[in-house]
Design a protein around this ligand. Structure first.
Ligand SMILES: Cc1ncc(COP(=O)(O)O)c(C=O)c1O
Length: 348
């Protein structure tokens, strides 16, 4: 990012990435355990810090158990590998994140995409399903547009056919729901043995790595899957920072209240200038412009007002006229006013 610009993009929704408590936890763990895990959980990488982190996550999500990985991006590969050779079909939202497509393809599963956010299309396809119980998959929050998936309806459709239900909530965890459990909490989903959730620790948690949470039997198999067991776990300083971050996001719900208030204010400014935003429910603002050139010009306009909202061709979003900004919990009044002024003078 160009020095001097305030980030209005990225994924640090709660403003935790620069929290001194995380830096302190990191530095203490680096002194005690070194800066690298150097290996997988089975090959001496595991420390008491990792154990405590995994247990805290399992406890917080209420889903039974958790498996931490070096990156959330491994989640799809780990999860779908469990079903390789099972003959299961995956019915996934057509726009799920690339980590899911990677995992489904690597596992050789039959993929039947349903129209983006369209539960009616999913139900129509499920009515013709034959074979072993399928897997239904979605993102919780679509990372560029900020759209929230209709998780309650998807879960009901999954239950009706005895399916597994997989939700990639990389962008929801920590940021959404009264207690920060993510889009699953926001949509009122009760913990259920068929539900597996993938979360990122690099976004609202401000650290790094990812985790899968679900029933113990499935999570134990995740831990032994080739991807999870063949790559290094998060370094001990990051595991320590994740633990500190989890504690903060649980004990400081006011961060999510500020996040929502800031998102509302930013949306109002955009609406006042006649700029549509794809979704209302999340801190991601997918601003709609006429075309990619207008979106790129808006990005330059923001930069001229010391606001960093880069435009580029997002890998997981085909709509090239979207400019992705975010709200953060830690904006100052001056930051928000700068955003409002920049929006006011945006070329129509
Ligand atoms: C929906 C979604 N899932 C998974 C990931 C991977 O997360 P991480 O970068 O923490 O590995 C991303 C990254 O942006 C994402 O947008």
């Amino acid at each position: 990012m160009t020095p001097g610009l305030t980030p209005f993009a990225g994924n640090d929704y709660l403003g935790l990435a620069r929290d001194p408590r995380l830096a302190e936890a990191c530095s203490r763990a680096a002194t005690t355990h070194g800066i690298s895990s150097t290996s997988s959980r089975w090959a001496l990488g595991w420390t008491a810090l990792h154990q405590e982190l995994e247990e805290s996550i399992a406890n917080f999500t209420g889903l039974g158990a958790a498996c931490i990985t070096g990156a959330a991006y491994f989640g799809g590969a780990v999860y779908y590998s469990l079903f390789a050779g099972s003959g299961r079909t995956v019915y996934c939202d057509a726009m799920v994140h690339s980590n899911q497509y990677l995992g489904m393809r690597a596992a050789g599963l039959e993929i039947r995409p349903f129209r983006h956010l369209d539960v009616v299309d999913l139900r129509r396809q499920l009515a013709a399903h034959s074979g072993p119980p399928p897997i239904i998959a979605s993102d919780g929050v679509y990372g560029i547009s900020g759209e929230l998936a209709p998780l309650a309806e998807l879960a009901a459709a999954a239950r009706a056919v005895g399916a597994e239900f997989f939700v990639d909530d990389a962008h929801g965890f920590g940021a959404l729901g009264a207690s920060g459990r993510g889009s699953v909490e926001l949509c009122g989903l009760a913990p259920d043995s068929t539900l597996t959730v993938l979360c990122s620790m690099s976004k609202a948690m401000g650290c790094g790595g990812g985790f899968l949470a679900g029933r113990l039997e499935l999570i134990e198999r995740c831990r032994r899957s080739p991807t999870a067991s063949g790559s290094a776990i998060p370094p001990p300083p990051i595991a320590a920072a994740c633990r500190a971050s989890l504690h903060i996001l649980r004990s400081e719900p006011e961060r999510r209240v500020r996040l929502q208030a800031n998102a509302r204010r930013m949306r109002q400014a955009l609406a006042g200038r006649g700029i549509a935003v794809v979704s209302e429910a999340t801190p991601i603002l997918g601003m709609v412009f006429a075309d990619e050139h207008a979106a790129a010009a808006a990005s330059r306009h923001f930069a001229a007002h010391a606001i960093a909202i880069p435009y580029f061709k997002y890998a997981s979003e085909p709509r090239e006229n979207l400019l992705r900004g975010i709200a953060k919990a830690d904006y100052t009044e001056a930051d928000l006013q700068r955003f409002e002024n920049a929006v006011l003078s945006l070329p129509a």
